[in-house]
Write a protein that binds this ligand. Structure first.
Ligand SMILES: *Cc1c(COP(=O)(O)O)cnc(C)c1O
Length: 370
């Protein structure tokens, strides 16, 4: 895979019809998540033998694609998600975007797609956030959600890696994921479907993982639950993730607070929020462990009062407490269905860091504008 022609500079072609300040204000009122988009997007094409071509920032709009484009048939498609936050001094910074760039390339490698140099990934984000900085909301819990993706665009029906790709970056103002406050969710442990198997694509952020998850999510809804909890594919016994988020369990052991998350076995998505929370938990004086945990352990630890909380984490919703668990193996409540103090504390610590309310001692915030 050649990167010979790689050029991180992005040509800026501003939209002839950007939203007026009034239109923007209307659209940014209660934006929700992933429903409105800024005026621009960035596209960068790739051709085997030539490498990554010139990136262009242009008006947000439809992509033109050949109906034989291989992504439409064989699904070479990956994505990422990170956020940019308004800082108290008026600048704009994003949270650990280099980690997203690295994970994007790990996903690309798994799907036999070309890696994208970090300079292009970050350069595209800088260009788009700078151009559309008026779309970055400023309140606590609000941000500009950045959605990078890569698809296979070669028109060819033979089953092999595409020789042409397109990198696209979109930006979407996002409100507090739960405007009414953090409300614990009810989860359904899925015995019928698996998200990822050893040797598969579980660690990659690829579109197909999500396509395969939707029927389980629908079943969870039918069972009266908000989200599905995934088990390992082999023994159907170890807890892996909750929907598109990683999961944590909180134990009280001999006066010590212990935060446990399933270890990364290759079938779990290595979340950047997960990694950040492991570090922040230790700094809060909690013990933090990565290990396997079974459904029986979950139920028994709750019944015996050793486990006091469970919560899920990810970029979009930050931290979501789990209040109730339903499954074919029984139902149980966690912390009376209420948000617990450890989830609340970690959420506050992470949001304070992202919004620049406390010093960034980890070097996690990357200044993008100002
Ligand atoms: C993106 C994602 C996560 C969370 O990753 P973050 O980097 O924390 O946003 C967890 N699980 C799945 C399946 C995901 O796709």
């Amino acid at each position: 895979m050649s990167h010979a022609m790689t050029d991180a500079t992005i040509e800026i072609r501003p939209s002839a019809h950007p939203a007026t300040p009034e239109e923007r204000a209307v659209r940014m009122t209660n934006p929700g998540f992933g429903r409105i988009f800024t005026d621009h997007m960035v596209v960068v094409p790739y051709k085997e033998g030539e490498g990554w071509g010139k990136g262009v920032l242009k008006a947000y709009g439809p992509l033109e694609m050949d109906p034989a484009a291989s992504v439409l048939h064989y699904g070479q498609a990956i994505f990422e998600g990170f956020k940019a936050y308004k800082q108290p001094d008026g600048s704009i910074a994003s949270f650990r975007p280099e980690a997203n760039s690295r994970r994007f390339n790990a996903s690309a490698a798994r799907l036999a797609m070309p890696e994208l140099p970090e300079a292009i990934f970050i350069g595209a984000a800088k260009a788009l956030i700078t151009q559309d900085q008026a779309w970055v909301p400023g309140n606590l819990g609000e941000s500009l959600y950045m959605r990078p993706l890569m698809i296979a665009t070669e028109a060819a029906l033979g089953v092999r890696p595409s020789n042409e790709y397109l990198f696209v970056l979109l930006a979407s103002p996002s409100g507090a994921y739960f405007p009414a406050g953090v409300k614990p969710v009810t989860v359904w442990i899925s015995d019928d479907f698996v998200r990822a198997a050893p040797g598969g694509t579980g660690f990659a952020k690829c579109a197909g993982n999500y396509a395969a998850s939707l029927v389980a999510q629908r079943q969870a809804k039918e069972e009266g639950c908000d989200q599905v909890v995934w088990l390992d594919a082999i023994e159907r016994n170890y807890i892996e993730e909750m929907g598109g988020m990683n999961i944590f369990f909180v134990y009280q052991e001999k006066g010590e607070t212990v935060v446990v998350t399933p270890e990364l076995t290759g079938t779990l998505l290595p979340g950047i929020t997960r990694d950040s929370l492991l570090q922040l938990a230790r700094e809060q004086g909690f013990r933090a462990e990565e290990r396997k945990i079974t459904v029986d352990e979950w139920r028994n630890a709750i019944a015996e009062g050793r486990m006091t909380e469970a919560f899920a984490c990810g970029t979009a919703a930050v931290i979501t407490p789990v209040g109730h668990v339903k499954s074919r193996r029984g139902n149980w409540d966690i912390n009376g269905g209420q948000t617990g103090p450890v989830a609340a504390r970690l959420r506050e610590v992470l949001l304070d860091l992202q919004h620049g309310r406390v010093p960034d001692t980890h070097g996690w915030m990357k200044k993008i504008v100002g």
